[in-house]
Design a protein around this ligand. Structure first.
Ligand code: CP
Ligand code: NVA
Length: 303
């Protein structure tokens, strides 16, 4: 049996496949907004395992499958056998004999990889501690819709060297933009991920990172699972807040993105989040369209 395509990180698609999927997302968006019914996934099912909370990812996958003519099942560890200790390998083998594609949100990236090794059907990373590739599809679609091709542009990542930062590093490699990363000491991205990317550079001062860039991106200072570190992180990250002063150093046409949920007054001030450079609501909406394009790519093939 041939191995199914997976989407565990942005590196699982070629640069060309990624670009086409992002372009396709905008086409599916137009189609949907025009009221056209497009159901290439009739009778197909998505199993969605969520071991962490979610609003955007869950709703966009569930509604996306519905719009494409298929269905989705929300599987929480609280009421599946996975939560009672049934091995990941067994769950993957059983589920993948019943559904056509599976999304997994969990803590350890290794667990997702193990799941994917035992799955007969495509597995999608719906966020792990290491990567959040679905969010990047939406971010890149949003950039393209507002400003055109991101290739050759410069992006600043300000804040925690977390799963989102790692996915920006991968996106920079795949889509050809420069990335400047400003994180406090001790909260840098994984050097192994950084090493695979020639166009990402670490910058000590967030003001240097943001100088003249086309896009400024941040995320919460304490990710899911790090709630106990919140106070300590708030103190360490205070100089990395994205506020009007920092945004003023970017290119005047620069956009601001945040995967959400956002903590106003912590990593971003309310005037930036709600300001004219912020595209966070389009970014959130595009989760739906981008993941529809991904599902179509994995289940039907390139459009
Ligand atoms: N950005 C994002 O993944 O949001 P959720 O945690 O609500 O899915
Ligand atoms: N870095 C955040 C992203 C949430 C969508 C987290 O992992 O909690």
């Amino acid at each position: 049996m041939p191995r199914p395509r997976q989407f565990l990180s942005l590196l699982d698609l070629s640069p060309d496949e990624l670009t086409r999927t992002i372009t396709r997302a905008s086409i599916l968006k137009t189609l949907h907004l025009s009221g056209e019914i497009f159901e290439p996934l009739k009778n197909r099912s998505l199993g969605m395992i969520f071991e962490k909370s979610s609003t955007r990812t869950r709703v966009s996958f569930e509604v996306g499958m519905q719009q494409l003519g298929g269905g989705a099942l929300f599987l929480s560890p609280r009421d599946t056998q996975l939560g009672r200790g049934e091995p990941v390998e067994d769950t993957a083998r059983v589920l993948s004999r019943m559904v056509d594609v599976i999304s997994v949100r969990t803590f350890e990236h290794d667990k997702l990889e193990l799941f994917a090794r035992y799955s007969r059907v495509p597995v999608i990373n719906a966020l792990t501690d290491r990567f959040h590739p679905c969010q990047l599809l939406a971010d890149m679609q949003t950039y393209a819709e507002h400003r055109g091709d991101i290739c050759g542009r410069t992006v600043a990542w300000v804040g925690d060297g977390n799963n989102m930062c790692h996915s920006y590093i991968n996106a920079s490699r795949q889509l050809g933009f420069k990335l400047r990363i400003a994180c406090p000491e001790g909260y840098m991205p994984d050097p192994d991920i950084l090493q695979t990317n020639g166009d990402a550079e670490l910058v000590r001062d967030p003001r240097d990172a943001v100088e003249g860039v086309d896009l400024v991106v941040t995320d919460v200072w304490a990710s899911m699972g790090q709630e106990g570190e919140q106070a300590e992180r708030a103190a360490r990250f205070a100089p990395y807040q994205v506020n009007a002063g920092l945004m003023s150093l970017a290119h005047p046409d620069a956009l601001f993105m945040h995967c959400l949920p956002a903590h106003r007054g912590e990593e971003v001030t309310v005037d930036v989040l709600e300001g004219p450079q912020s595209v966070v609501w389009d970014e959130a909406e595009n989760r739906l369209h981008a993941q529809k394009a991904l599902l179509e790519f994995l289940l039907v093939g390139p459009a």
